[in-house]
Design a binder for this molecule. Sequence first.
Ligand SMILES: C[S@@+](CC[C@H](N)C(=O)[O-])C[C@H]1O[C@@H](n2cnc3c(N)ncnc32)[C@H](O)[C@@H]1O
Length: 269
Amino acid sequence: MRPFLKWPGGKYRIVNVIKARLPRGKRLVEPFAGSGAVFLNTDYPSYWLSDSNADLINLYRTLKSEGEDFIRYCRSFFIPENNTAERYYELRETFNETKDIVLKSALLVYLNRHGYNGLVRYNNRGDYNVPFGRYKKPYFPEAEMRHFYQKSRVAEFTVADFTEVMAAARPGDVFYCDPPYVPLSATASFTTYSAGGFSLEQQAELTRLAVMLARSGIPVLISNHDTEFTGKAYQSASITRIKVPRSISCDGSGRGKAGEVLALFGAAP
Ligand SMILES: C[S@@+](CC[C@H](N)C(=O)[O-])C[C@H]1O[C@@H](n2cnc3c(N)ncnc32)[C@H](O)[C@@H]1O
C-alpha cells in the first residue's frame, strides 16, 4: 500500500528490497519515519515511528486518534475552490499560523497534494514555503489514509532526534534508519526536510550508534546514497547495492537513477 503523503526520499518503490533485508523482531523502529513506506508494507507485531518533523508526527497522531472523522475533515479541503494559487497561499499561511493541531494536520495533507512536486520544505523561520503545484485534480488519498489509520493501532509516534530513539532501543527491536541522503557531491547539499539540515557528522553519529546497537544484539538496517562516504562509513555492515529510479530530487542532482545502498549492521535476515 502506498503512503498517503508524498515525501522526499520516500521508499515505497524499493520497499520489497528493504523488506527482504530486514530481520524479524518484536518491534520495528523507524527513527526517520517520513511517509512510513516501510511501516505500511511490513508485518511486525508493533512499531515505533519517530521523526524530527513535529507537523508530520502530529498528523499521524491525529489520524490515529480521530480516524474516520479526521479523514472526512481532510477531504473537505479537496474542493475545486481550494485549487487556486490564491487559496493555496491563504491556506498555507493558516497552516503556518494556527496552533490548532487538527486543522494544521489536515492542512498538511492538503498542502502535500496541492503543493509543488511533492516537495516538503521549510524556511529558516520554520515556515512551510512550498509553492503552489498547479495540479488539474489533486488526488485525495482516502484509501491510503484509512490503511495508515488501521495500521496505526500497533504503532506509537514520537517527535525526537534519531539519537534519542536509538538510545531507547530494547531487546527484540529491529531498526530501519532512512536518514536524509548524504549529498552525491560536496556541492549538492540541499537536503533540508525539516527546519535545519542533516550534516555528515550526524551521518557518522548514526553509523556509530548502529554499530553499538548491533553489538548489543539489535540489528540496524540503514539506507543511503551509494557514495565514497557511505562506502567507508558502512564498511563493517553487510551491503546490498540497488539502482533506484527517483521522481523527487532532494539533493539537487536532478532526476534519474541514483545508486542506493542498504547496510545491515548485526544479524543476517
Ligand atoms: C529520507 S526521509 C525518510 C523517508 C521514509 N523512509 C519514507 O519512506 O518516506 C528522512 C526523514 O528524516 C527526518 N529527519 C531529518 N533529520 C532528522 C533527525 N536529526 N532526527 C530524526 N529525523 C530526522 C526528516 O524529517 C525526514 O522525514
